[in-house]
Design a protein around this ligand. Structure first.
Ligand SMILES: [Zn+2]
Length: 250
């Protein structure tokens, strides 16, 4: 009996204790670009995998999880680190390929990760895609074909609009009226003046904070007009350039 008890104690002590995590989001400080990771107990959900010239410390967070990537569109500042992700993030698959037209180089880059064959392996968060129809004739350029996602956690939701401009915002923001409220906004197109329109902000009545993933010296993002529009709604704009990697509970 004593031997059995000792064996059980040794077994318990040798087993790694899995620490339960409350789902959270990290907007990585990668300069001008976008890489956002939502971490749950068994999955890491990446929204784009781009940035300028430094990798975020994402590997240690996502090493023992299944990894999925959802692309907004195919600009290099959103897809550049995909080859790194393919070799360093376990079971990485592509859950949402870009919808904008791509040249051969970008097509090859995107094809380096296979499409996800299984559904999302967690019910800790819920992903709702509100991307408008890509046949809409009023859309111009790659940015307006950005895929748009809302991710709902147990307590709050984050809106990730890629590089959508006000033209596309006018279309997809209507969907927000049928959905539960959003509290966190990743400023569209890194805080460019042509995004985060008044029309969008009016459809986010419970918005508490916005985040600009940008480097001011590159394109002047976030634009002061956007910061002022947000402030008029009582919403602060956090900048990755100032705060570094920004993590928030969902
Ligand atoms: Zn961009």
């Amino acid at each position: 009996m004593r031997t059995l008890l000792a064996a059980i104690v040794i077994f318990i002590m040798a087993s790694p204790i899995a620490v339960e995590v409350h789902p959270f989001v990290v907007v990585w400080d990668i300069g001008q670009g976008q890489w956002i990771t939502i971490v749950t107990n068994n999955a890491c959900l990446h929204f784009d995998m781009g940035g300028e010239n430094r990798l975020p410390p994402v590997r240690s967070l996502c090493l023992n999880k299944r990894n999925r990537v959802y692309f907004s569109h195919s600009d290099m500042d959103h897809i550049k680190f995909l080859p790194w992700g393919a070799t360093h993030l376990p079971h990485l698959c592509d859950a949402a390929p870009p919808l904008d037209p791509m040249n051969a180089r970008k097509k090859r880059l995107i094809a380096s990760v296979h499409l996800c064959r299984s559904p999302l392996n967690t019910n800790e968060v819920k992903i709702v895609e509100i991307t408008p129809s890509i046949n809409n004739k009023t859309f111009k350029g790659h940015n307006d074909f950005s895929r748009v996602f809302v991710v709902y956690g147990p307590d709050r939701a984050i809106l990730i609009p890629g590089d959508s401009t006000a033209t596309a915002e006018r279309v997809w923001s209507k969907r927000l009226e049928q959905l539960p409220f959003v509290q966190i906004l990743v400023a569209g197109h890194h805080g460019s003046r042509t995004s985060t329109s008044e029309a969008l902000l009016r459809r986010l009545p419970d918005l508490k904070v916005s985040i600009a993933s940008a480097r001011k010296a590159r394109y002047g993002h976030p634009n002061p007009e956007v910061v002022a529009r947000l402030r008029a709604h009582g919403v602060p704009c956090l900048r990755t350039e100032i705060f570094g990697n920004i993590g928030l509970a969902l």
